[in-house]
Design a protein around this ligand. Structure first.
Ligand code: SAH
Length: 335
């Protein structure tokens, strides 16, 4: 799809063809290579066969219009979900999926219920962003400004393609979105956090934490058995030290599970690092658990702030379209 076979097709072409092709895809937002007039006809035909620019998708908008969920078709039998979040300050964030289905098995998350599982190619990841880029350009001459890997799948289990896609999104000849506006979220795969620390670009790292201690984390996220909390915190401290970049920890507040005052105190101790920021997220119901009551969330946040932790709270987008975090399950259009 899209750029996946581009290098192969352009292998024996002069170098400048690559730039022209990239421009057709990312700047002109061509939907068919025939729209392009700079590339020779036989090459356009080949590109149409090998690097189709067609991105089909169905869109659902939320009531307030602050988000749109799209089911983007990646093959005749598969589709992935991507979400566009429209912020009041003008940012347009696309939340992309990195895998079809998710093998991590976090007990509170709907994404694990998808049966077919495979890694997405870089073209299939980029297609989700391009889908919305085309839509916003057509309707209001706008642009996608931010990309977050917080849809379906574990990006660090698909490290190579995720990084390739992030680079295409970041590249000047690609979508030209600043590295600082691209965030990759992981459930805590330590070797890839270490690898990520060595990448030259300033992409952001987000870590799904969801628990203040090993016992609770293990009960929610099977990956915690393989990569214990203590090691995860150590790896993120090293990442912060090496890159001098902030790390965002995501913490979903689930009623009676991880939202007590003791949890807040324990969490405060883990978060003691000047580059750590905690993002509190209200749990979006997917059936198995209940979200924490707002009063409890307020108290939880107060304890953390009293202990000097930098806390942000995620505005919950997309609940009305099952497009909120953890609700993406590709209900429709799967094989
Ligand atoms: N696998 C990666 C990328 C997914 S990001 C990761 O775990 O970070 C999606 C985020 O939404 C994760 O932090 C995930 O834990 C969180 N999430 C999952 N289910 C949720 C739910 N029902 N309500 C709110 N957030 C949820």
């Amino acid at each position: 799809m899209l750029t996946d076979n581009l290098e192969k097709v352009l292998e024996n072409e002069p170098k400048f063809r690559r730039k022209q092709a990239m421009q057709a895809v990312f700047l002109d937002l061509a939907k068919n290579w025939e729209e392009n007039s700079t590339l020779p006809k036989d090459l356009r035909e080949k590109l149409n066969q090998e690097c189709s620019l067609e991105i089909a998708g169905e869109v659902e908008s939320s009531k307030g219009g602050d988000s749109q969920k799209a089911l983007v078709r990646i093959s005749s039998s598969e589709a992935v979900e991507a979400v566009l979040l429209r912020h009041s300050d003008g940012r347009n964030t696309v939340c992309v999926s990195s895998q079809v289905g998710c093998p991590m098995g976090c007990v509170f998350c709907a994404s694990g219920k998808i049966k077919n599982k495979r890694n997405l190619t870089s073209g299939e990841i980029v297609a989700q962003v391009l889908f919305f880029e085309r839509r916003i350009r057509e309707s209001e001459n706008g642009k996608v400004t931010n990309v977050v890997y917080m849809g379906i799948g574990e990006p660090f289990l698909n490290y190579g393609n995720v990084m390739l896609a992030a680079r295409l999104i970041n590249n000047k000849d690609g979508l030209n979105i600043g590295a600082r506006h691209i965030s990759i979220s992981t459930c805590g795969i330590i070797p890839e956090i270490e690898k990520f620390a060595l990448e030259p670009e300033q992409f952001n790292l987000a870590v799904s934490l969801h628990a203040p201690n090993q016992e609770i984390r293990e009960s929610l996220m099977p990956i915690a058995k393989k990569y214990p909390l203590e090691d995860l915190i150590l790896a993120t401290r090293k990442y912060a030290q090496k890159t001098s970049r902030q790390v965002m920890f995501e913490y979903v507040l689930i009623d009676g599970v991880n939202d007590t005052q003791e949890c807040a105190e324990e969490l405060s101790r883990l978060m003691k690092h000047h580059l750590f920021v905690l993002n509190l997220i209200r749990y979006n119901s997917t059936g198995s658990f209940r979200p924490s009551p707002l009063e409890k969330i307020k108290k939880f946040r107060e304890i953390l702030e009293k202990n000097g932790v930098r806390v942000t709270q995620r505005h919950s987008f997309g609940g009305g379209i099952s497009g909120a975090c953890g609700q993406l399950a590709g209900e429709k259009g799967r094989a």
